[in-house]
Design a protein around this ligand. Sequence first.
Ligand code: UD1
Length: 373
Amino acid sequence: MQESPSAAPVSAPVSGPVLHVLGARPNFVKAAPVIRALGERGARQTVVHTGQHYDERMSDVFFRDLGLPEPDVNLGVGSGGHAEQTAALLVGLEREFLDRAPALVVVYGDVNSTVAAALAAAKIHIPVAHVEAGLRSFDMTMPEEVNRRLTDQLSDLCFVTSPEAIGHLAGEGVPTGRIHLVGNPMIDTLLANLDRFDVAAARAAHGLPGRYVLATLHRPANVDDPATARALVGHLHGVADLADVVIPVHPRGRATLLAAGLADHPRLHVLDPLGYVDFLAAVRGAAAVVTDSGGLQEETTILGVPCLTVRPNTERPVTITHGTNRLVTFEEVVPAVRKALEAGTAGERRTPPLWDGAAGPRIADIILEFLGD
Ligand code: UD1
């Protein structure tokens, strides 16, 4: 095939800044300590916000709460089907990478922005670092599992938060020299901000009851289908019969959950999404958490709050073996919450290896060594 005159060059220059690609809420929390540590070491950095999350409460508040630098550019890709969103991400990111000629692209977690950035960079021969590599749910119906597997195959540096991830990567043929167990940058952020998680202030600001269960639900498998959402809401009402339930609702599934009658229980308090500090304060003050989030399984492990994860699997098994997490079916939600409320404690737990608040500096040192600084 003949090369079209407008085709992108096959390779980009290899000198330049470390370029971080951030797109969705959990990315911001993971990137903050890495950007800070690289900054402290004098690295030149660029932050590209893809605009996958764009609401003030899904994005801006996190940049403020976490002291993240203003993005150098926001691509404004917004929402859409997987193909539409990923295609827009690929086009926008390749353009930025060619213009900015980064030495390395750093991607976080498992969202669509993550895999798009890794693919766009790899195709023009820019090395990729993946923070939170090697997690596996072994459930390919989850978009995140597809994103994780592909991103890891394209990454030159795989930063791993948990020991079992090393085996997953090795089993998929990732050379061991690329794999680095560094701890968990999301926990760096949690520990760095612990003093700011003021439960009394969050209670006052958001009208939280004295004792409550905090719920968050946004996985497509739980909230996209109206019949599934109705079933789930029925169980949440069952929980609300036991204790007040506070649920900051992610925009995905908001309409479906409300149509399923979410708010039709006097002890179920529906809130808008919260900022980082307010949300973690609300988690810290909760008697138990019911969730399908990935990050919250880790945060509750460190905060010592019982966590019931409404999913058939988790890519974060260390939160079960070491932490406070337990997987539950829909039918198990009410009895499991009852048990947690009666116990009044999360039980014994251990801190997973290297979840000590120093993942960001470890990642920064390995990146700088990789770049030959
Ligand atoms: C994405 C990630 C998911 C992560 C979650 C954290 C993928 C495939 N999924 O899911 O892994 O756990 O972020 O929040 O990348 N919307 C808004 N405002 C926003 C952003 C989204 O209203 O600022 C609404 C839109 O209706 C959109 C829907 O939420 O269609 C879903 O957004 P999207 O980014 O596609 O996926 P999430 O469900 O947020």
